[in-house]
Design a protein around this ligand. Structure first.
Ligand code: NAD
Length: 514
């Protein structure tokens, strides 16, 4: 790996047009096009070697008592806390997000999740008795055994928090982690790896493999024991198939198309604030971003004018330039083109652009915060993941109509409901087909490590975060042992008519028909 930092300014568009070298990744700042560094690509042999090194380290680590594992993982956490300013700067440069987002959406959730799981791991991974209702002569318990090497393949929109949390949780559960960062943002995890090594964690326990899709595919094939994948639904399907072929568990965190239902009785000021942040934070490149709004006709105009006023005030620019900005750059030129195309198609199909609707002129990959009204359910902008700073709004006649349109999607990661009526909010939330639904709030549960992060439908399989998410990183093994030492169990040999009649009597006694 060679990672050279320079400040040469190259226009992003010209850079994106240049052919990509086969053997390395060239990383440029999305806000300026400046060259940030180059990273060597790991071929299949290098990936296998890193998985083997991780496995060797894991065999020792698995025997380290949990309290000691937790102590050392907290040491890594401490180094992250001390380096938070530098890491926020690295995220600003490589990812294009603002430094407040780097802190609030990446570093703080990572540090908090590591703290939460490190403090609770001993309790969460302790053997769990299973009370047996019938087999009173025996006892059962579950115990949690590290899986081995966990492969973590990640996306470019949260290049630090997602793989760092997964790697730390894997280590707490007694595993090693091999992280494959996105080819779009490979640098920041190299910095995290440097801090991991400096913190006193076993260096080989965390490996980074870099490259494009082929490197990710090689990681799945390199003998890992579990795969945690974050990315698009299309790639997720391929990863699931490869894991299925090897019969290793995989967790898939895929795309989202979060709907927001705005009821007639919503607090419009809070709703407008939430929708503006939920659509434009991280330049809309969040799997949980508000991607479509269904607002009751009676409050449609008032909500739109509040959204418009708030969006007009957003300051967009290079987050690393020193001034205060609210909306940073889009991380990937290809994603920006996708957003341009979706908005153009929506406009051609009759959507009205109230604000934005174009790439910001000048240097860098910026798309202006965009508000669309008059959207219709059959428009691509309402059906496909946008993953950019666009807020499409559709007027509806009733909450029932909003709910049915919200559920009319192949994706089901997050959903949002806005109402002043707490009971109604929960009722609607329970009927929304999404892994997580928030009432009167957006995005934030990624920062609550106790809660599961999981998509329904084409948005994913399995879960990350939460107490169960930590246990999922272990094999759950069941031991059943004797409580009373009988000479033989009643259903053992020899069989006889007498045994049958006695058993039948017992069965009818136990399950007396009502
Ligand atoms: P992507 O699917 O293009 O790539 C994701 C990762 O998979 C990258 O590291 C890539 O190199 C790797 N990859 C590509 N082909 C592979 C293969 N055949 N085998 C193994 N790995 C392979 O996705 P992306 O553009 O990086 O990310 C954007 C998507 O991620 C969006 O859809 C977004 O919603 C989703 N996302 C979901 C969550 C979540 O928690 N649900 C979080 C962040 C992003």
């Amino acid at each position: 790996m060679s990672a050279a930092s320079t400040s040469t300014s190259t226009p992003a568009a010209a850079a994106a047009a240049a052919p990509e070298p086969e053997s390395r990744l060239v990383v440029r700042a999305p806000a300026t096009g400046a060259l940030l560094g180059e990273v060597a690509i790991d071929d299949a042999a290098a990936v296998r070697a890193k998985v083997a090194a991780a496995r060797a380290a894991q065999l020792q680590w698995a025997h380290t008592p949990l309290a000691e594992r937790a102590r050392r993982v907290l040491g890594f956490r401490d180094v992250l806390v001390r380096s938070a300013r530098e890491l926020a700067g690295a995220l600003e440069r490589e990812n294009g997000k603002t430094r407040v987002e780097a802190l609030a959406m990446e570093l703080t959730p990572s540090i908090d999740a590591i703290t939460y799981f490190a403090r609770r791991a001993e309790q969460l991974l302790a053997p769990q008795p299973i009370p047996l209702h019938l087999y009173k002569h025996r006892k059962s318990y579950l115990h949690f055994v590290p899986r081995g090497v966990v492969g973590v393949i990640s996306a470019w929109n949260f290049p630090l928090s997602i793989p760092t949390i997964e790697a730390a949780m894997a280590a707490l559960a007694g595993n090693a982690a091999v992280v494959k960062p996105s080819e779009v943002t490979p640098l920041v995890m190299l910095e995290v790896k440097r801090l991991w090594d400096a913190s006193g964690m076993p260096p080989d326990l965390l490996q980074i493999v870099n490259g494009r899709g082929a490197t990710g595919a090689a990681l799945v094939e390199a003998g890992i024991d579990m795969c945690i994948f974050t990315g698009s639904t299309a790639t997720g399907r391929r990863v699931a198939a490869a894991c299925g072929e090897r019969l290793i568990p995989c967790v898939l965190e895929l795309g989202g198309k979060a709907p927001a239902i705005v009821c007639a009785d919503a607090d419009l000021e809070r709703t407008a604030n939430a929708l503006v942040w939920g659509a434009f934070a991280n330049s809309g490149q969040v799997c949980a971003s508000v991607e479509r709004v269904y607002v009751h006709a009676s409050v449609h105009d008032e909500l739109c004018s509040r959204i418009l006023a708030k969006t007009r005030k957003l300051r967009q620019g290079d987050p690393a330039a020193g001034g205060d900005v609210d909306v940073g750059a889009m991380t990937w030129e290809r994603q920006l083109t996708h957003v341009e195309e979706l908005v153009a198609r929506a406009q051609a199909a009759g959507a009205k652009i109230l604000l934005g609707g174009r790439r910001r002129p000048g240097v860098g990959q910026f798309y202006e915060p965009t508000v669309l009204t008059d959207c219709k359910q059959d428009m691509d902008i309402m059906r496909r993941e946008i993953f950019g700073p666009v807020l499409p709004i559709m007027k509806v006649d009733s909450e029932e109509q909003a709910l049915s349109l919200a559920n009319d999607s192949q994706l089901g990661l997050l959903g949002y409901v806005f109402t002043r009526d707490k009971k109604k909010g929960r009722r609607l939330a329970e009927r929304l087909e999404a892994g997580t639904v928030m009432v009167n709030d957006v995005l934030a549960t990624f920062g609550a490590p106790e809660t599961p992060w999981a998509g329904l439908k084409q948005s994913g399989l399995g879960r990350t975060h939460s107490d169960d998410g930590l246990r999922d990183m272990c094999q759950t093994r069941h031991v059943n042992h004797d409580r009373l030492a009988l000479a033989r169990d009643p259903w053992w040999y020899p069989y006889s008519q007498k045994v049958f009649e006695r058993s039948l009597k017992l069965l009818r006694l136990l399950y007396r028909p009502r």
